[in-house]
Design a protein around this ligand. Structure first.
Ligand code: SER
Length: 917
């Protein structure tokens, strides 16, 4: 079976068991502060498990793209070194939401593996949870009994909390689990050592392929386990591992999921992929072999998947949070490509089209944006390659520099030993001390100056058999962070539940005032300040999403107490209101009131964003895709994929189209529950990286013009936007540009200000007929005058030259001149000094000048005097400057100084003579 047949067989099997197939959620997570990336198929159903949202169907199945590179589930270190861990992988899953439980889940997994996929039973091992006293969790005998009916006893193994109690993260849904492992060793090895002893023992041929989790608890902040309202099934099968097993391979990279990529990398690098090469402990990156090359090819084939899908789902590489995780993975791959496969030019980006093709029909997000993703990867590669070579050189020389420094400390810098003796001292140290620690300071320098993520430095150090002083690095990093901003620590408490509800209702499409009850609340401490978060059963408050900011407003409690809502955010299925205080009595009905004027302005900006998006597709082309947006009461910001600057002419056209649509006063058409598939086929604009349900909301302004999937709030008709004005166009990242614009009152104020400015200018210029012409002629005149002034200064200094030359006083063999001159700037004085030098031999010249109240001193000494008498203009001018309360310096023959006390100029000139005598 090919990989795609294997995937299809899984989905078909669960359809036959009454499941509906749902699409993969994006890999980048938006509404869950506990996670950056999707790390398991169940993430998108977290709110259903927690009882915060109803299930759309009791049984679903899918293939979910996952990323395990941060937090509780992090496999990054293993990737490429072994053959079965990945950064991005597909998780095949089936779910029961309060429907079937252990019995069906276990029976079906066995049926699928042994009857559909026909895996030999004697190679399969299953596990069950042994219980945990400390947590008060019982042994899962039910699971044991269920397996016992299907599997030989010696293939059923007990597992501890680490392996058999699955948790999503530090908090969140969890429960006991049962894993299925596959032993792919040859028969003779299996006869010698039982596979049972190798399960969960990091053996690369006895690997876990499927995990069946029986969701029963929610892990709370303090560590306590709270039973879930219902019991659920969450299963996850590693697709790449399944394919490898079914295709009879011993490495995931040998299956048809990875081979096309590996072969492409091998071909382009001119090296062969030897998947069975083994590690030679004597190599480091100075001398490496087939193992290192094979690891590199695996790392690249793996990492490009994580990078590409993250970018396609909207996460651009950047310097913080999720963006930095992606940048780190990318740089890790670039470094392997550069160091072991000789890719000195950007290469990773060439894999993007290949990958896009491979996932066409499975995850179309990548195919639909392949040019954009490739461009982003290319630019990232270019920028890192610029410093990579320098950074690597820096690492290589760290140890030798360390001993050079030690040598100098021991024997002093001016040591009389020969170079050879010195080198042999260091060579000896290098041999004697194989261990070496990269200091925290060096690691930080690599991070800060060369862009080496710390894990990359650690990886390279490991290859050199060195270590890194991580504590020292953390200290340096913290120091920098403290320097740039005060650390913000947010401590979020557990929810205090007042009322059980299935889901919360958003009333904000119809009204801005709603009577509601508090469902739950929690305390949050941010930067030492205490705040509260409140969830209501019904609310008109729009929670930040789709670029639109969260509503602000008030909660009016029955006793008249008013609590200000400072922000509203989404968390999984909840709408969370941020408030500073909490009244004592929160049990009774309250009135939730959104600030209407902020909301109206936000509506105008949001609707204008839709019009802008549609207008841009008309003017710039259909490749323009939204890459991010911000809509608040003040303005709108729209980021989009486009490879060139938008010209003024194009901006003008876009603006004109939007304003035309505003004037047409097109009524809003809002459809709340359109089938996703139908909406897409009717040509609506959907955004990449958004998670859409089966039913979607479609916002239309003129069927022929703008139709978008959107959850935001809008004007009733476009006329309410008033007027649309673009105020900026700029670049934000490779292939991404930004337009900022304002509408309504904001635009009116802007235009009024512009108009006032023009009127003020007209007034200043005495109301000319043509303002532009009048400014132009002013500029012309100004430049003419400047030239004339320069010319007259030059003439003046030429006149002065002769006058001063006359005044030269012979002191010994020196011609001494110390004079005050009436010149307006340093350039003119310098000019004069050079001219004098040409006509007065053996010159010792000091010029004092008054530049608009600021004293200036200039010293010029003939070169022969400098040589013969050891005079130094720089030193002399410093001394003279003391008289004007200033300082300066320069070369031995020419130097200048400034000061703050103009009255000291005469004293400075008088002092000058003391240097020639
Ligand atoms: N949530 C479990 C896992 O990720 C099963 O899907 O392993």
């Amino acid at each position: 079976m090919t990989a795609s047949q294997i995937r299809q067989a899984f989905l078909d099997f669960f359809v036959s068991k009454g499941h509906i197939i749902v699409p993969s959620a994006p890999i980048v997570i938006k509404n869950d502060p506990t996670l950056m990336f999707t790390n398991a198929g169940m993430n998108q159903f977290k709110d259903i498990f927690l009882g915060e949202a109803p299930a759309k169907a009791p049984r679903v199945a899918d293939t979910q793209r996952c990323l395990r590179v941060s937090g509780k589930h992090n496999d990054l270190e293993e990737v490429g070194i072994d053959t079965y861990h990945h950064t991005m992988f597909e998780m095949l899953g089936n779910w029961s939401f309060g429907d079937y439980f252990k019995k069906e889940a276990i029976a079906w997994s066995w049926e699928l593996l042994t009857e559909v996929y026909k895996l030999p039973k004697d190679r399969l091992y299953v596990t069950y949870f042994e219980g945990d006293d400390k947590e008060g969790l019982e042994k899962d005998t039910e699971t044991y009994e269920l397996w016992r009916a299907l599997v030989a006893e010696d293939h059923i193994l007990r597992g501890n909390k680490k392996d058999n109690f699955w948790e999503m993260g530090e908090t969140g849904p969890c429960g006991p689990c049962s894993e299925i492992h596959y032993d792919s060793r040859p028969d003779n090895e299996r006869a010698e050592v039982s596979g049972a002893t190798l399960v969960n023992a990091d053996h690369d041929q006895v690997i876990e392929i499927w995990n069946n989790v029986f969701m029963q608890f929610n892990r709370l902040k303090g560590g306590a386990l709270q039973p879930l309202p219902n019991k659920h099934v969450d299963t996850g099968m590693g697709f790449e591992r399944l394919v490898r097993v079914l295709q009879g391979k011993t490495s995931n990279y040998d299956s048809d999921v990875f081979q096309p990529m590996i072969q492409f990398i091998a071909e382009k690098s001119g090296k062969k992929y030897n998947g069975s090469a083994t590690k030679d402990n004597n190599t480091n990156f100075e001398s490496f072999g087939e193992w290192d090359e094979a690891v590199s090819m695996r790392v690249i084939a793996d990492h490009i998947r994580a990078i590409s899908f993250a970018i396609a789902d909207g996460q651009l590489p950047s310097n913080n949070k999720a963006g930095y995780v992606i940048r780190r993975i990318l740089r890790r791959a670039v470094r392997y490509a550069y160091q072991y496969l000789n890719f000195n030019e950007p290469f990773l980006n060439q894999l993007v089209p290949l990958l896009a093709e491979q996932f066409k029909g499975v995850f179309n997000e990548l195919y639909d944006q392949k040019d954009f993703v490739q461009k982003v990867v290319l630019e990232e590669e270019k920028s890192f390659l610029k410093t990579l070579a320098d950074g690597l050189l820096r690492i290589r020389t760290l140890k030798i520099n360390h001993y050079f420094a030690e040598y100098e400390r021991e024997f002093g810098k001016q040591d009389s030993r020969t170079q050879t003796e010195k080198e042999s001292y260091i060579a000896e140290k290098m041999v004697d001390n194989t261990s070496f620690e990269v200091s925290g300071k060096s690691a930080f320098e690599l991070y800060d100056t060369y862009g080496f993520p710390i894990d990359l430095t650690q990886l390279i150090a490991k290859e050199m058999h060195w270590t890194v002083d991580m504590e020292g690095f953390e200290v340096a990093l913290q120091e920098q962070k403290t320097r740039s901003r005060a650390a913000s620590v947010i401590d979020t408490g557990d929810w205090v539940v007042l009322k059980d509800v299935d889901s919360v209702e958003f009333t904000g499409y119809e009204e801005t005032e709603t009577i509601a009850h508090v469902v739950k609340y929690r305390k949050v401490t941010a930067k030492g300040k205490e705040q509260f978060q409140i969830v209501l059963d019904k609310t008109p408050f729009y929670a930040e999403s789709g670029g639109q900011v969260g509503d602000k407003g008030e909660l009016v409690f029955p006793d008249g107490e008013i609590v200000k809502v400072t922000d509203t955010k989404k968390e999984n299925g909840l709408i969370v209101h941020y408030v500073d205080t909490l009244p004592d009595d929160i049990d009774d009905a309250l009135t939730a009131i959104v600030d209407p004027s902020l909301r109206n302005q936000t509506n105008a900006n949001h609707s204008a964003t839709h019009l802008l998006h549609a207008a841009m597709k008309q003017v710039l082309g259909s490749h323009v895709n939204q890459k991010g947006s911000l809509v608040n009461a003040d303005y709108l910001r729209f980021d989009f994929s486009h490879f060139a600057k938008v010209t003024d002419e194009e901006l003008g056209q876009i603006e004109a189209i939007v304003n035309q649509k505003i004037r047409q006063n097109i009524p809003l058409k809002e459809e709340r529950s359109v089938l996703y598939a139908e909406a897409i086929s009717s040509g609506v604009t959907a955004l990449f990286g958004e998670k859409y349900g089966e039913y979607v909301r479609v916002i239309t302004f003129d069927d022929e013009f703008s139709k978008e999937l959107c959850g935001g709030t809008h004007v009733n008709a476009t006329g309410q936007i008033g007027y649309f004005k673009i105020i900026a166009e700029s670049a934000v990242a490779a292939g991404v540009r930004r337009i900022e614009a304002i509408t309504g009152v904001g635009a009116e104020v802007y235009i009024t200000n512009q108009n006032q400015l023009v009127n003020q200018l007209k007034d200043l210029l005495k109301n000319p007929k043509d303002l532009t012409k009048s400014v132009e002629s002013l500029l012309d005149e100004n430049s003419k005058l400047k030239k004339e002034i320069e010319k007259s200064i030059l003439e003046k200094s030429s006149g002065l030259k002769n006058e001063l030359a006359q005044k030269a006083e012979a002191i010994g063999d020196i011609n001494f001149i110390a004079q005050k001159v009436a010149l307006p700037n340093a350039e003119a004085v310098k000019n004069l000094a050079y001219q004098l030098k040409d006509i007065v031999p053996n010159l010792f010249l000091v010029l004092a000048a008054d530049f608009d109240g600021k004293p200036s001193l200039t010293v010029m000494i003939a070169e022969n005097l400098v040589k013969e008498k050891g005079l130094h203009a720089g030193n002399i001018v410093k001394e003279l400057a003391k008289e004007v309360k200033g300082g300066g310096g320069g070369q031995p023959f020419f130097a200048t100084a400034g000061g703050s006390d103009i009255s000291g100029l005469d004293a400075a000139l008088a002092k000058a003579k003391s240097f020639v005598g």
